[in-house]
Design a binder for this molecule. Structure first.
Ligand SMILES: [Zn+2]
Length: 280
């Protein structure tokens, strides 16, 4: 087979075993950003998958690849059972996906696969399986890694072709993100080379909003993010989570008011599902 993809230009020879995990995580992060900050606005062309169908496919590719990798480690050249990519689309497996949920699932699947790849020795990478695509052949796990990174890169360009950038800001407190503000196209962009995370200055929020946002983020840090060693992130017992979500909604409304042509994504709401700690 040709070592470079005639469509997206990916070169199968560029990935080393040592770089497989970090490259996967990096390429998946790029693809996740593409999915978060773009939306399909035109109908899907005949014979193509939609952007969300590509996203669902990618998630499942990452999930089955970890299983196939582990299978090849415990058996000699096992035959891969085809995942039936088109069949999954036809059966509506990806019919009700959301961009937000699917990107979270893609990131999680990539993290698990990368962790498995990280544990492989040189001998492990030379283990083989009988792979069906693009043509039936015995492949080493190192080839499989390059193939999967190619899937991520290739489908990112498929998704880009089907979508356009949208103006959106998401409100999502996160570790190491001082303001919990995320956007690929803020009204006042940072200098091109800047690696700083976005701040209220990128959006021109009124001072009153900035002060309220700071208080709300500090409450998250003090009552949720302060026990990062727990297996599951949890809320401090006795903290008024419903009140915190309510204030988040009020802030999201204020942000929407300040940025009328932006969509405000209320990603902080996902924290509502986290448990409360057993101990105070
Ligand atoms: Zn390609």
């Amino acid at each position: 087979m040709d070592p470079t993809c005639s469509d997206c230009g990916y070169d199968y020879r560029t990935l080393s075993n040592d770089d497989a995990s970090s490259t996967l995580v990096h390429e998946v992060a790029d693809t996740v950003r593409t999915l978060r900050y773009r939306r399909q606005t035109a109908p899907t062309p005949d014979g193509s998958w939609s952007a969300l169908e590509y996203a669902g496919h990618l998630r499942d590719v990452l999930i089955v690849t970890r299983e196939r990798t582990l299978h090849a480690l415990r058996e000699e050249s096992p035959a891969v059972v085809t995942m039936g990519a088109d069949d999954r689309v036809r059966r509506g497996e990806y019919a009700n996906l959301s961009y937000f949920q699917t990107t979270a699932e893609i990131s999680e699947a990539a993290r698990r696969l990368a962790a498995t790849w990280n544990r492989l020795s040189t001998q492990d990478w030379a283990r083989t399986l009988r792979y069906n695509y693009p043509t039936p052949a015995i492949r080493e796990l190192s080839w499989l890694a390059a193939h999967i990174v190619h899937e991520v890169v290739h489908h990112r360009s498929d998704i880009e072709r089907l979508t356009t950038a949208r103006k959106a800001v998401s409100l999502s407190p996160d570790y190491g993100a001082p303001w919990g503000l995320w956007s690929s196209n803020p009204p006042r962009p940072s200098p091109p080379a800047s690696t700083e995370l976005l701040t209220p200055a990128n959006f021109g929020f009124p001072d009153s909003v900035v002060v309220r946002l700071r208080t709300w983020l500090d409450a998250w840090t003090a009552n949720f993010a302060d026990a990062p060693s727990d297996d599951q992130h949890t809320w401090r017992r006795g903290f008024d989570v419903a009140g915190w979500l309510h204030e988040g909604d009020a802030l999201a409304d204020l942000i929407a008011e300040a940025l009328p042509d932006y969509t405000v994504e209320r990603q902080y709401r996902t924290y509502a599902a986290n448990a409360v700690r057993r101990t105070p």
